[in-house]
Design a protein around this ligand. Sequence first.
Ligand SMILES: Cc1cc2nc3c(=O)[nH]c(=O)nc-3n(C[C@H](O)[C@H](O)[C@H](O)COP(=O)(O)OP(=O)(O)OC[C@H]3O[C@@H](n4cnc5c(N)ncnc54)[C@H](O)[C@@H]3O)c2cc1C
Length: 400
Amino acid sequence: MDERTQVAIAGGGIGGLTAALALLRRGFKVIVCEQATELREVGAGLQLSPNGLRALYQLGLEKPLMRSASEPSGKEIRLWNSGRTWSLFDLGASSVKQYGYPYLMMYRPDLHAILAEAVLQLDQNAIWLGAKCVGFEQRKKDVAMQLADGRTVVADVLVGADGVHSTVRAQLMDADQPRFSGCLAWRGVIPMDQLPQALRRPVGTNWIGPGAHVIHYPLHAGKLMNFVGIVEKDDWCVESWTQKGTHEEMHADFPGWHDDVHTLIDRIQVPYKWALMIRDPLSRWTSDNVTLLGDAAHPTLPFLAQGAAMAIEDGYILARCLGNTPFEPKAALAGYEKARIKRTTHIVQQSTENGQRFHNRELADAEGAAAYVDREWAEGKIRQRYDWLFSYDVDRAPVE
Ligand SMILES: Cc1cc2nc3c(=O)[nH]c(=O)nc-3n(C[C@H](O)[C@H](O)[C@H](O)COP(=O)(O)OP(=O)(O)OC[C@H]3O[C@@H](n4cnc5c(N)ncnc54)[C@H](O)[C@@H]3O)c2cc1C
């Protein structure tokens, strides 16, 4: 038998659950169909900048977030071979003073669990597990989402929040044509108590070097260190969050890099490798009563750390648009896309550009590196790069 709801969401990741929570708080009936059979997340770290946190705080999540997050005191740049360190910008109280909200580092499973719990508190039947969307049919007055097990969810609106390999996007648009970026990402987490004291500092560290960069920061109330190492190479094209590699391969990808980087690699529990793909931003992602959000709408390279924040902003703004009275689903979805597409396109483009900045050839020797860092990370340039991102206000952003 068909199930009837107002908003059907395909995908219960960060974006889908944020949208569900924001909609439930506005009194909508929502069903989230998640293909996984249990609410358990893989993945590592996420950086949550003030723009994304503003939305999560407005959704009442400040307390649980602060319990499981790590709040870095600032960000640093370190040079790949010498380890020379530059302070990049202060976070902690400075972030709150400047943008009204902190900058937090989150363990992805923690954030996912906090969102899921908040959704289930409002409606314990709102999340369906083992519910894989395989397609949809747009009808005059509603849309019917088909699930792999034969069930159908009929709704006023369907939201494809089903991630980078979105089934909803595949039906809504022409097939996407990802290009390999030429970069491989190594990821993993390290139990903090296995690191030497000097590497446990509560800062976000960006190691930069010719052809590669490494980012590490504390997570999970300081109990874990997140590690991401991006390296330019062309022999690996599998875009997956769950593909394992070996410590030996990882070490070999960072020849001549500082001992601290190799100490971190040694202590990673399970190294995962992931090919970074580029997808050009879409010129639209809505058709009548069906829309997309998060990675399904605007997959991005991770070089601005905005993937999760964009998905969160999307979910919040979508709920604002659908909450307009009178309830006009098609107009609301058109308004949502209009409110979001310019910003997300710009973020995707800037993120790609930032990758070049981290890997520049000028970083190969100490003298060139110092000049490069002084030029590229001068205070004015940092402000230009981040102020527009962090000061975005999900409540004040104009929507139609
Ligand atoms: C496993 C994983 C680990 C990640 N780790 C990091 C990280 O360490 N750092 C970082 O910056 N970013 C990470 N990301 C990316 C970042 O989390 C995303 O940019 C952000 O979560 C976007 O949120 P989203 O809701 O759009 O997509 P996702 O969080 O990817 O959620 C999509 C959800 O849709 C579900 N789904 C997919 N297809 C279907 C279908 N047909 N029917 C029903 N459900 C479906 C998926 O199971 C998933 O739960 C990770 C993503 C994933 C999936």
